[in-house]
Design a protein around this ligand. Structure first.
Ligand SMILES: Cc1cc2nc3c(=O)[nH]c(=O)nc-3n(C[C@H](O)[C@H](O)[C@H](O)COP(=O)(O)OP(=O)(O)OC[C@H]3O[C@@H](n4cnc5c(N)ncnc54)[C@H](O)[C@@H]3O)c2cc1C
Length: 609
C-alpha cells in the first residue's frame, strides 16, 4: 500500500507543487516522506500488534473507572509524541503546517493498524482544530493547545438518544450560570443539562482531562428553546474544571458516565452515554448543571461543528478505505499460500495434479481484483479530496473557489462510497479465506466489523444521499456537478488519445451523460418527495461514476510515469479495467429507478410489510 500511496501523492497528485506555497515553504519532498515513515513505523510498532487486543479486551466500566488495555495508553502516548495531533496547525501553536493531503496520508497508517485506537487521536485533533477556528484566544490557548500537546483528549457530543440524524431535535439545555456569566475569562459560562448518546472517547483515563464539545439549546426570551437547528449552540464542557492558566482546579464537572455501549466493532474506542448536569457531581454549589463555556455566538453551534465537516468526512472515508486495504492485503497473502483444488484447463480439471494456491482460480482473482479496485480507487478519492482541501485553504482565489465547489459535491461521496464498497471489500476478504475467514483466528472478520460503523456515523448513508441529490447537485444552479463534469471531460479528452484508455473514456462519457439525465429526470416535477425517494441508488451511481473517472485519471498517470509495463502499473491498469467491466455497468440499474422516479418505496404502506 505504501507504494500506491506514494504513487498517488507524487505521480498522480503532484504534491511537490504545494511546496511553492508560502505555508509549506519549509517543507520538502523529504520532510513529507519522513512524516509518512514515522507514522508508518509507530503504526506498525505500537498500534498493529495490539489491534486484536483492543477488540477482545473491550473497554470495561467498574462503576467508577473505565479500563483500557495498557497497550492503548502506550499507543496514544506515542501518537501524541509524534506531534501528529497538531499536524496541520501553525508552527507557533506547536504545529507542523503540513498540507491536509499529507496529514491524511500519514494518518491512514493508523486507521489500517488499529482504527479503534486511532479514534481517540482523530477526535482530539478535530475538537482542537474546531476551537482554533471558532474559539476565543484564551479558549484556544487553554483547551486546544493542551489537546494538541496530548495532555487532554477531546470528544464531539452531538447525538442524543432521540436525536441522531435529526439534530434539530437536540434536547440538551444550556442556561446562563448566574448574573456574571458573561464575565468568565474562558467564555460565557452556562449550565448544561441533558443526555448525549454514542459519544466516542467520552470516558477513559488515557489523559488527565477530557474536553467535550457539546451541542445544546439556549432557551429564548419566552423560556422555550428555538425550534430547528438555528437554536443550537456549542459549548466546551471539560470533565474536570480548569483555570485560565490551563491548570486543573481540582473540581469535577457534573458529567457522568451512564454506561458504555457494547459494539459490533471499533471496540477499542470507548462509546458512551453521558449525562450532563444530572447532579451526580454537583459543582460550584448554587446552580444545577454541568459548567460549559460558549464557543462562537449563540445559535451558531451547528455552523461551527460543520466547519470541520469536509475533513471529518474525508477522515471517515479514508478510515473505511484503510480497513478495506487491511482486508485486501490479508486475503491476498492467504490466497497465495492456501492450496485447494486444481486449475481449470482447456480440457477441464486433472485430478492427478497437486492442488494449487487458490489465487490461481479465476473466481478468487475476481474477488481480489474487486477489492483492489475498491480500496485503491477509494484511496485515490480520499487523497483527491484532501488535496482539494489544501487548494481551498492555500490556492489562488479562482482555484480555491473551484475546490470549494467540488468539495461540496464530492464530500458525500468521500464519506459514503468507501463506507459501502470497502466494507464490501472486507466481506470479499472473508470470502477469500473461506471458513477460516469466518473465525476469530484471522483478522478479516474484525476488519469487517470495524468497517460496518462507517455507513452509520458522520451522517448515515441515507442522509448523505439526501444531501447529495437534495442539496449538493442542485445548489448554485448545479455548479458542482457542472464543474465535476468538466474535470471528467478533461480526463476523457486526454485518455481518448492513449492506447487502451480510449474505450474506457467512451464508457465514462456515456455514464456521465446518464448521470446528468437521471439528475434532471429526478427533479423534473420539482417535487422533493418524488426526487428523493431514490436518493440512495443515486448516491451509489454517482459514486461509481466518480470512481470510474478517478481510475481513468490514475491510469493516465501510470502511462505518464511509464510504469505500465511493470507489475505495479499492470496491476493498476487491471484494476481500472475491472472497474469498467464489472462495476460501472451497475449504474444502469441504480439510475433506472432514479430517472423513472420509481414510486414503490414511497407508496409502500406500513401495514403491507
Ligand atoms: C460507534 C458509534 C460511534 C459514534 N460516535 C459519535 C460521537 O462521537 N459523537 C456523536 O455525536 N455521535 C456519535 N455517533 C452517533 C451517530 O452519528 C448516529 O448514530 C447517527 O447520526 C445516526 O443516528 P441514530 O443512531 O439515532 O439513527 P437514526 O437517526 O434513528 O436513523 C436510523 C435509520 O433511519 C434513517 N433515517 C433517519 N432519518 C431519516 C430521514 N429524515 N430520511 C431518511 N432516512 C432517515 C437513517 O438513515 C438510518 O438508516 C456514533 C454512533 C456509533 C454507532
Amino acid at each position: 500500500m505504501r507504494a500506491t500511496l506514494d504513487f498517488l501523492l507524487h505521480d498522480w497528485l503532484g504534491v511537490a507543487s504545494l511546496l511553492s506555497r508560502a505555508r509549506f515553504a519549509d517543507h520538502s519532498v523529504e520532510t513529507f516522506a519522513s512524516v509518512l515513515d514515522t507514522c508508518e513505523r509507530i503504526a506498525r510498532d505500537k498500534f498493529a500488534p495490539y489491534n486484536r487486543l483492543s477488540d477482545t479486551q473491550e473497554p470495561h466500566f467498574d462503576g467508577e473507572r473505565v479500563h483500557l488495555p495498557e497497550s492503548t495508553h502506550a499507543a496514544m502516548a506515542a501518537y501524541a509524541e509524534s506531534g501528529m495531533l497538531a499536524a496541520a496547525q501553525d508552527y507557533d501553536v506547536g504545529g507542523m503546517q503540513l498540507p491536509c493531503v499529507i496529514e491524511m496520508a500519514a494518518n491512514s497508517f493508523f486507521s489500517k493498524a488499529s482504527v479503534a485506537m486511532g479514534g481517540y487521536a482523530m477526535l482530539t485533533s478535530g475538537n482542537a482544530n474546531l476551537l482554533m477556528a471558532h474559539g476565543t484566544p484564551l479558549q484556544r490557548e487553554v483547551f486546544a493547545r493542551n489537546e494538541f500537546a496530548g495532555r487532554w483528549f477531546g470528544t464531539m457530543c452531538l447525538s442524543e438518544p432521540q436525536a441522531g440524524s435529526s439534530l434539530s431535535d437536540v434536547a440538551t439545555r444550556a442556561v446562563p450560570d448566574g448574573d456574571g456569566f458573561e464575565a468568565d475569562p474562558l467564555g460565557p459560562r452556562y449550565r448544561l443539562r441533558g443526555n448525549k448518546m454514542w459519544i466516542s472517547a467520552g470516558e477513559h483515563e488515557l489523559t488527565e482531562n477530557i474536553i467535550h464539545l457539546v451541542l445544546a439549546k439556549i432557551p429564548g426570551p419566552d423560556g422555550k428553546p428555538v425550534a430547528g437547528t438555528r437554536g443550537i449552540s456549542l459549548f466546551i464542557v471539560p470533565k474536570k474544571l480548569v483555570n485560565e492558566r490551563g491548570e486543573l482546579t481540582g473540581e469535577r464537572n457534573d458529567v457522568a458516565l451512564a454506561g458504555l455501549n457494547h459494539k459490533l466493532g471499533y471496540r477499542g474506542t470507548t462509546n458512551t452515554l453521558l449525562n450532563f448536569g444530572e447532579g451526580r457531581f454537583p459543582v460550584r454549589a448554587g446552580a444545577p448543571g454541568a459548567i460549559g463555556y460558549l464557543v462562537g455566538r449563540p445559535g451558531e453551534g451547528l455552523r461551527c461543528m460543520f466547519h470541520m465537516m469536509n475533513e471529518a468526512r474525508i477522515g471517515v472515508g479514508l478510515g473505511a478505505v484503510m480497513l478495506g486495504c487491511a482486508g485486501y492485503e490479508a486475503s491476498l497473502e492467504y490466497a497465495r499460500q492456501r492450496t485447494q483444488g486444481r486449475p481449470m484447463t482447456g480440457s477441464g480439471k486433472d485430478a492427478t495434479q497437486p492442488p494449487v494456491p487458490i489465487i490461481q482460480h479465476a473466481d478468487v482473482r475476481r474477488m481480489l481484483l474487486a477489492q483492489k479496485s475498491y480500496v485503491e480507487g477509494g484511496l485515490a478519492l480520499e487523497l483527491y479530496c484532501a488535496r482539494l482541501v489544501d487548494e481551498l485553504a492555500t490556492g489562488a482565489p479562482d482555484a480555491a473557489r473551484e475546490a470549494g465547489t467540488l468539495l461540496e459535491v464530492l464530500t458525500p461521496i468521500a464519506k459514503s462510497w468507501p463506507s459501502e464498497w470497502c466494507l464490501e471489500a472486507n466481506s470479499l476478504a472473508i470470502q477469500v479465506l473461506g471458513g477460516y475467514g469466518y473465525t476469530r483466528d484471522f483478522m478479516v472478520e474484525q476488519y469487517w466489523r470495524d468497517n460496518r460503523l462507517n455507513m452509520i456515523h458522520e451522517g448515515t448513508h441515507g442522509i448523505q444521499a439526501l444531501d447529495l441529490l437534495g442539496r449538493k447537485v442542485v445548489m448554485d444552479g448545479g455548479a458542482g456537478l457542472k464543474l465535476l463534469a468538466a474535470r471528467m471531460g478533461a480526463t476523457m479528452e486526454r485518455a481518448g488519445h492513449v492506447e487502451g484508455l480510449a474505450v474506457p473514456a467512451q464508457g465514462l462519457a456515456a455514464a456521465l451523460q446518464k448521470l446528468g439525465a437521471a439528475t434532471r429526470a429526478a427533479w423534473a416535477t420539482g417535487v422533493p418527495e418524488e426526487a428523493l425517494a431514490n436518493a440512495t441508488p443515486y448516491l451509489q451511481a454517482f459514486g461509481h461514476v466518480v470512481l470510474a473517472w478517478l481510475w481513468l485519471d490514475v491510469a493516465l498517470a501510470v502511462q505518464r510515469a511509464q510504469t505500465a509495463a511493470e507489475a505495479f502499473g499492470q496491476g493498476k491498469l487491471a484494476a481500472m479495467r475491472y472497474f469498467y467491466a464489472y462495476e460501472l455497468p451497475k449504474i444502469d440499474a441504480w439510475l433506472g429507478v432514479v430517472a423513472q422516479r420509481e414510486s414503490l418505496v414511497r407508496e409502500m404502506q406500513d401495514e403491507w410489510f
